[in-house]
Design a protein around this ligand. Structure first.
Ligand code: CU
Length: 477
């Protein structure tokens, strides 16, 4: 019932058609021409999220200030789409943090309902993790302290207030948090404009330009329009240089299979938990909700004028074209390089002494609810108590006909077994989310650390997590 009242309150407080009136802007003839078919791909340049600058760098740590608020975004040319945004932006501003330099992100809730912020993939003390019940009331704020003492990785931040993440993330509460370290620097990976976070999400629109959302707890939301960094299938001018493309699947429930051109080589260097031990050449790769994959693409071998379409081969008609890279002349002296050999040694985890099995299933007895081990989320119940500094084998068994991207808060794991076949080398690094395919059984080995305390693990198909495919773990000292 509580969830139902949330939805109603949200619908009322959120941009109504009357609020949208007058936001319609009149612009140049070219712009109006575009507005006639705002859903055609490759019409807009890829937006780049602004980098958030610290308000203080004193005392060896960076302080950031963010307002979580209602805003509008020009996603379709000529329309203002109501969103919720970190600093009023969709996607939110990018935070670039450094390993060894703690950050405090002061989040002020200027929305009309509770929200919180989870740093996805971060080693973060329990009180700062954005547990679904630890929320910030309207008008209040919270200082999230991030130690940044893990290896470099593409983390991301998003709302995690229980029961409505499918609504709030869909309406804009996502942002990139790029944690860099010295190893990346030593490898001379592309930097600056050649290091590009790409936030993918499928959406649908009403005629007035507002986001259209219809809840589907079983399937999860599917939109008919792909957005990258908040633009419909955009184009990006690339110089003849090496680019680091960092993909985040910020979709509610859609999985992608990404392919460049007819299968041009992309060199995967990282996954959720940062660099792989060695780079892996890929002609395409899957990306499930919440997963990150980072690749290097060498555009030096393409002639100026070449166009390469990044396709989602798992998509349907309008959800196939993800974006286009337009190779332009110039580029100057290349400073980055493509790593050939080992990039990182991932420390072995302690031998697992415990094996746990988790069935992933749909219960329909009293309304539709997704469950883990026949249980839905209960904030007063702790479901599992692993010991700090140990590792275990966790087996996700998925007899359902949906993909469940299973995510653990506050710690990382390795994928050790897939019933559907061998584990791809691109999936052998550290992970925080694993796509468990329909009918599949997947075993992962989490390491319970570095912090003791209460965390959650859940399905990252957002409609599944909201209702209520999430359990609690407490790491005991
Ligand atoms: Cu799921």
């Amino acid at each position: 019932m509580r969830n139902g009242s949330y939805s109603i309150a949200l619908l009322c407080s959120f941009g109504t058609p009357s609020a949208l009136k007058g936001n319609r802007i009149t612009t140049s003839a070219a712009h109006r021409a575009q507005a006639r078919s705002p859903f055609a791909p490759f019409q807009r340049d890829l937006p780049v999220m602004p980098e958030l600058k610290p308000t203080s760098t004193r005392g060896g740590r960076d302080l950031y200030d963010v307002a979580i608020r209602d805003a509008t975004a020009e996603i379709l040319p000529g329309f203002q789409t109501p969103i919720y945004g970190y600093n009023g932006l969709y996607p939110g501003p990018t935070i670039r943090a450094r390993k060894g330099r703690p950050a405090i992100v002061r989040q002020r809730n200027r929305l009309s309902f509770d929200t919180n912020v989870h740093l996805h993939g971060g080693y973060v003390p329990s009180a700062h993790d954005g547990h679904p019940m630890d929320v910030i009331a309207p008008g209040a704020g919270f200082d999230y302290t991030y130690p940044n003492d893990q290896d470099g990785a593409f983390l991301w931040y998003h709302d995690h207030a229980h029961g409505r993440t499918s609504w709030t993330l869909y309406h804009g509460l996502v942002g990139a948090y790029l944690l860099g370290d010295e190893r990346e620097q030593d490898l001379e990976l592309p930097q600056g404009e050649y290091d590009v976070p790409l936030v993918l999400a499928d959406h649908a629109f009403n005629k007035d330009g507002s986001f259209r959302y219809a809840e589907n707890v079983d399937l999860g939301f599917r939109g008919d329009t792909l957005l990258v960094n908040g633009a419909v299938s955009p184009r990006m001018a690339v110089k003849r240089r090496i680019y680091r493309l960092r993909f985040l699947n910020a979709s509610n429930a859609r999985s992608y299979e990404l392919q460049l051109g007819q299968g041009r080589q992309m060199l995967q260097i990282a996954s959720d938990g940062g660099l792989l031990e060695s780079p892996v050449a890929r002609s395409s790769f899957p990306l499930h909700p919440a997963e990150r994959i980072e690749v290097l693409v060498d555009f030096r071998s393409f002639k100026p004028g070449s166009q390469l379409i990044l396709k989602n081969t798992a998509g349907e008609a309008t959800t196939t074209a993800v974006m286009r890279f337009d190779v332009v002349d110039g580029g100057g002296v290349e400073e980055a390089r493509m790593p050939q050999g080992p990039m990182r040694t991932i420390e072995a985890m302690p031998k697992p002494k415990v094996t746990r099995n988790w069935d992933l299933s749909l219960a329909t007895a009293s309304g539709i609810q997704w469950q883990i081990a026949n249980k839905g989320f209960d904030p007063v119940r702790i479901d599992v108590r692993p010991r700090l500094g140990t590792s275990e084998l966790w087996t996700w068994h998925n007899p359902s006909n949906r993909v469940h991207p299973m995510h653990l808060h506050g710690m990382l794991f390795r994928v050790v077994k897939r019933s559907s076949g061998t584990i791809h080398r691109g999936e052998r690094g550290l992970k925080d989310t694993v796509g468990v395919l329909a009918g599949e059984t997947v075993t992962v080995q989490p390491y319970f650390g570095p912090y003791a305390g209460r965390y959650v693990f859940h399905c990252h198909a957002l409609e599944h997590g909201d209702k209520a495919m999430m359990l609690q773990l407490e790491v005991d000292k």
